[in-house]
Design a protein around this ligand. Structure first.
Ligand code: SAT
Ligand code: MN
Length: 598
């Protein structure tokens, strides 16, 4: 029998489930987390003793720690991620599926005794504000103290969650064991009907912090369809104009495509009086308000962001928030007890310890920090956090934007003709893959709403849900596609990105207010260069024209690929989206035959 701290709850459903899981995993100890600062300090000290964390220099980076993951475990493993609904059709063609009973049996064999000699931490947490109607309670059982310390930053953790739960049975049951960290015995499995997640064999990010992608997206997408709301892979920002008008904008981008940088954007000088403040950088939950608008919250309490490339040009706010209270994972260590990564400000150090713990010398062919190395830091560290982040009702959304990495075809910004057309553009969005998931980098894949790894049910049905949400909205947000990553013939990015993206956001807000002009193309509305703020832009107007171009030949190819994609998704794709394809196809053909620049 495991020794256990006294359960700080009498919830019979919770106590009996913890008991059942402990009988299977056989930990030596069970520890109930209460979430205090004293507990954080104590568990951190234990993690340091165990070699799981290393304390960084207290003067250079107060209260900050360093962790190296197993080199075989550095990114989400989508090929090992399953959505086990009772039928395969419910899970759909974009998820891995095994019959739930069979999967529970398979995993039970891996969990059997997996926590022997270890502590099972019981981690109660809330996604969302404790008083918010959006909030959800989850309990993660884990044998990783690193996971506990990360969840304490990423969610409201401990007693607060047990208080909210009370005697209810309505909580997500998450079971996590790093076990032997063996990639051949690694599974991240969702049972949406049971509100249950079982993850084994990984200690990394979205595979192991079950509150994040597993609950707040995969399980929540499933629940949100039944309950009439949306769970999305989006950043969330507030923009205030010089005259004090406020817009909220949510943006879906695949992992490692700049959501964090966009959410923390600092406008260029010409935008005097404008202010961007952050609400979130990864997950957004949205519900329809009584006024018929779409209201959004960030259910997380921290940022788990990509480190490489972060510097005082790309993201000054992030640089400031990483000054303290941060857990760094898989970056490089300097000789004086600080961290380093590719793209950091200043000269490259002569010598480092790389993310695998090996000596590294300047000029080495291999990166010192892993391309998917991460920071974990509380929201409150962000110097430009929007106060509305604490509003339990959420914020009303003016515009939704979607964007991937596309070297060709997709213009810098494209406004949809209407909601259904916007759902089509988002649903057929493509992006070149990044290091945030295991597998090849730079391969174009379709990533609807940037949510393909995270929709816990059939994709065509998800599109139908989006269409129904639009029909229920009295004042739907406008939907835009953006592409910061278009390249010229020389292979270089044509648009400077980062802070300059403010120029695109400003046009978007002006469109929402009926103030900006646009040009109609066969595939949507784009600005002309004269519709954008061009003063002070560090590139020529010709480059902006290239970034904005809608090319009929490129779009012919694109639409052909969309048709294959919709066929792949199968018969649940709503008829109205297929009709959108027909319309676009006809419009692009006309433009191509007219042989004029559309
Ligand atoms: O590993 S996470 O899923 O948390 C980060 C990401 O890939 O977006
Ligand atoms: Mn993400």
């Amino acid at each position: 029998m495991a020794t256990a701290t006294l359960a700080p709850t009498q919830n019979p459903h919770l106590i009996s489930w913890v008991d059942e899981m402990a009988q299977m995993c056989k930990p030596d100890r069970i520890y109930w987390c209460e979430g205090s600062e004293e507990e954080r300090a104590r568990l951190t000290a234990e993690a340091i003793d165990a070699g799981v964390l290393l304390k960084l220099d207290g003067k250079k980076r107060p209260n900050s720690y360093y962790h190296r993951s197993n080199p075989n475990d550095v990114a989400r493993s989508e090929e090992l991620t399953f959505v086990c609904t009772p039928t395969e059709e419910e899970s759909g063609p974009t998820n891995n599926w095994v019959e739930p009973g069979e999967m529970y049996r398979r995993l039970a064999r891996l969990y059997d005794g997996a926590m022997r000699g270890r502590t099972m931490y019981v981690v109660p947490y809330i996604m969302g504000q404790p008083e918010s109607p959006f909030a959800k309670v989850g309990i993660e059982l884990t044998d990783s103290v690193y996971v506990v310390l990360n969840i304490r930053i990423m969610a409201r953790m401990g007693k607060v969650a047990l208080d909210r739960l009370g005697a209810s049975d309505d909580f997500n049951r998450g079971l996590h064991s790093v076990a032997d960290c063996d990639p051949t015995e690694r599974f991240i499995v969702h049972f949406p009907q049971d509100n249950t997640i079982w993850s084994v064999g990984s200690g990394y990010g979205g595979n192991a912090l079950l509150n994040k992608k597993c609950l707040a997206l995969r399980i929540s997408t499933y629940q949100s369809r039944q309950e009439g709301w949306l769970a999305e892979h989006m950043m969330l920002l507030e923009a205030t104009s010089p005259s004090g008008e406020v817009h909220y904008l949510a943006g879906g981008f695949p992992s490692a495509c700049g959501k964090t940088n966009l959410a923390m954007l600092i406008p260029p000088d010409v935008f005097t009086g404008w202010r961007i403040r952050t609400l979130g950088d990864d997950i957004v939950w949205m519900r329809i308000g009584e006024d018929g608008r779409l209201y959004a919250v960030n259910p997380e309490a921290g940022f788990f962001g990509v480190v490489p490339g972060t510097n005082s040009h790309t993201n000054p706010n992030a640089m400031r928030m990483l000054d303290r209270d941060t857990i760094f994972t898989n970056v490089a260590l300097t000789q004086d007890g600080d961290v380093w990564w590719e793209g950091k400000d200043g000269p490259v150090p002569e010598r480092l310890i790389d993310w695998k713990g090996r000596p590294w010398a300047k000029g080495s062919a291999e990166p010192a920090a892993h391309p998917n190395s991460r920071f974990t830091v509380p929201l409150s560290n962000n110097p430009a956090l929007a106060p509305a982040v604490n509003d339990p009702r959420g914020v009303p959304i003016s515009a939704l934007i979607f964007g991937g990495r596309r070297a060709t075809t997709i213009p810098l910004v494209l406004e949809s003709f209407n909601w259904a057309h916007g759902v089509y553009l988002a649903g057929t969005m493509g992006s070149e893959t990044t290091a945030a998931k295991t597998g090849a980098v730079g391969v174009l894949r379709r990533d609807p709403m940037a949510n393909i790894p995270f929709v816990g049910y059939d994709m065509g049905t998800y599109f139908g849900h989006w269409l129904e949400m639009g029909a229920r909205l009295a004042r739907p947000p406008r939907i835009f596609l953006v592409n910061w990553f278009r390249k010229g013939d020389d292979g270089k990015f044509v648009w400077p990105g980062y802070g300059e993206n403010m120029r695109v956001l400003k046009w978007i807000f002006d469109r929402c207010d009926g103030r900006a002009a646009a040009k109609e193309t066969p595939v949507g509305w784009t600005p002309r260069t004269s519709d954008l703020e061009m003063r002070g832009l560090p590139v020529q107007a010709g480059a902006v024209e290239a970034a904005l171009r809608v090319d009929a030949a490129e779009w012919r190819e694109e639409l052909r690929s969309h048709a294959e994609w919709l066929d792949h998704l199968g018969p649940t794709v709503p008829r109205s989206l297929r009709a959108q394809l027909e319309l676009l196809d006809a419009a692009v053909e006309t433009a191509a035959h007219a042989r004029i620049d559309p």
